[in-house]
Design a protein around this ligand. Structure first.
Ligand code: CMC
Length: 433
């Protein structure tokens, strides 16, 4: 954890003022200057829209080395987890900090599995949405509404209630996402099957129909499980910071996760997987790539290469590497050869990685570049891509939320501003304007 003794300082000079500010040392990553006393003692604010140089909290959960292209959950590299672990074990690791013993794993799986059903009345809530609602819109609403159905787990000051809320969210979000999908395609809701694993159960709830048996393919369920592991947490990204900010006021966990889902929806964040696949389809054929790359480099066009670039990774996103391998495996299994979208993706990646614009700006493919190809091959419409991201990220959000609530230094989030509006002026009556 941080160097709480503050043995080193950084000196800040401005005007005739000189302030010694404590330095904090992380276990990994750059040193941090503690500016908490800056306004009280120096009378100035710092300006950092988008938090590009600001650590908003201490955290022990996830670490990204953007230059090395490394992602660690509780210290474990994502590549090792993607190969050897499974999603519920990763959930345990993120929530509790250590890999579980066999007994702890069994107990955790039992607890999650027992909470997969939704209160029956929630069905009626679903039916209030327009038939063509985007599943993310439905998810924001239904997850937020959980606080209206589960009053016994909304007291954030009770550790037991916090724990139950965490388990409920991890267990129920796949059911909510699957039902949002079923509702949008006009099919009956499929109840969870607790004999299936987490990813398999989700696929079953999405693709089974009462009229016939649906057998989950273990390779597809493993690919889904891997997508979930790769998206499970990503330190203080926009949606996680939203969850923390919402939670900092004392709001209940269901409301906070609904806020995270709303933030995730944007195309610069979780919505990029849908946008990336739609863009690949729009390009359509390999010969149209150069024209498209020209547009992506021209700021006035308003076009960005979706699935490329990242605030923190200035090297290949390690999740994209695993995702690319998974995409090959899934397409092979499904016998999808010469998939035009995949061909465009591979060629676009090759050209972009050699192009001076993308190279100098260190724009590499991110996790969303390949995930859409796998999800499409599995039979999901693009509108379900971001809900699947939301299912996967729920454990990260709730782990970060729990960490924040238990942090004694936690305060309500309340950024300051650089005000550039009108100075004080007097009201003018309507007939004098
Ligand atoms: N295509 C073309 N140019 C780009 C792209 C892109 N995808 N991304 C960044 N740039 C350029 C940008 O125009 C800017 O150029 P300049 O320095 O000349 O002004 C420079 O690269 C830096 O971009 P930025 O917007 O200041 O960087 P950021 O850290 O604020 O944005 C990002 C990061 C992920 C929002 C951005 O790269 C982007 O919009 N990518 C496309 C959307 C995407 O794939 N998002 C998924 C992110 S990973 C999953 C997740 O976090 O949810």
């Amino acid at each position: 954890m941080a160097d709480t003794k503050h043995t080193r300082t950084a000196t800040l000079s401005f005007g005739d003022r000189r302030l010694d500010l404590p330095m904090m040392s992380p276990t990994l990553g750059p040193d941090v200057i503690d500016i908490r006393r800056l306004y009280a003692e120096g009378g100035v604010f710092t300006f950092d829209p988008g938090f590009t140089s600001t650590a908003s909290c201490e955290s022990t959960i996830t670490y990204i080395d953007g230059d090395a292209g490394e992602l660690l959950y509780r210290g474990y590299p994502i590549e090792q987890l993607a190969e050897k672990s499974h999603f519920l074990e990763v959930c345990y690791l993120l929530l509790y900090g250590e890999l579980p013993t066999a007994a702890q794993m069994e107990d955790f799986e039992n607890r999650v599995t027992r909470h997969t059903m939704l209160h029956e009345q929630i069905q009626y809530f679903f039916r209030g949405f327009r038939r063509d609602a985007h599943p993310m819109a439905t998810m924001v609403g239904v997850v937020g509404a959980l606080s209206a159905f589960y009053h016994d787990s909304t007291d954030i000051n009770d550790p037991w209630q916090r724990e139950v809320a965490a388990i409920r969210l991890i267990a129920k979000v796949p059911t909510i996402a699957a039902w949002a999908f079923k509702y949008s395609v006009g099919q009956p809701f499929v109840y969870p099957r607790n004999a299936l694993d987490y990813a398999g159960n989700f696929l079953h709830m999405c693709f089974a129909v009462p009229a016939e048996e649906y057998v989950v393919d273990p390779i597809l369920s493993r690919a889904m499980d891997r997508i979930m592991m790769l998206h499970a947490d990503h330190e203080q990204n926009a949606s996680t910071s939203t969850v923390r900010l919402a939670g900092s006021s004392g709001a209940n966990p269901f409301a906070c996760i609904a806020a995270g889902i709303a933030c995730l929806w944007g195309p610069a964040h979780g919505g990029a997987n849908q946008a990336a696949l739609e863009q690949l389809r729009e390009i359509g054929t390999v010969d149209r790539i150069p024209e498209f790359i020209r547009k992506a480099k021209d700021k006035s066009s308003g076009v960005r290469l979706m699935g490329f670039g990242h605030r923190v990774y200035k090297n290949y996103d390690p999740r994209a590497k695993v995702m690319k391998e998974s995409a090959d495996e899934v397409l092979e299994l499904l016998g999808i050869h010469n998939n035009p979208t995949l061909q465009v993706a591979k060629e676009l990646e090759r050209i972009a990685l050699e192009d001076d614009y993308f190279v100098t700006k260190k724009l590499y493919p991110n996790v969303d570049f390949y995930s859409g190809i796998i999800l499409e091959a599995m039979g999901f419409p693009t509108s379900m891509f971001t809900p699947i991201f939301a299912i996967s990220r729920t454990v990260g959000w709730i782990s970060q939320w729990k960490e924040m609530i238990a942090d004694p230094t936690q305060k309500i989030g309340r950024p300051r501003q650089l005000y550039v509006g009108a100075t004080r002026r007097d009201y003018v009556d309507l007939h004098h304007r």
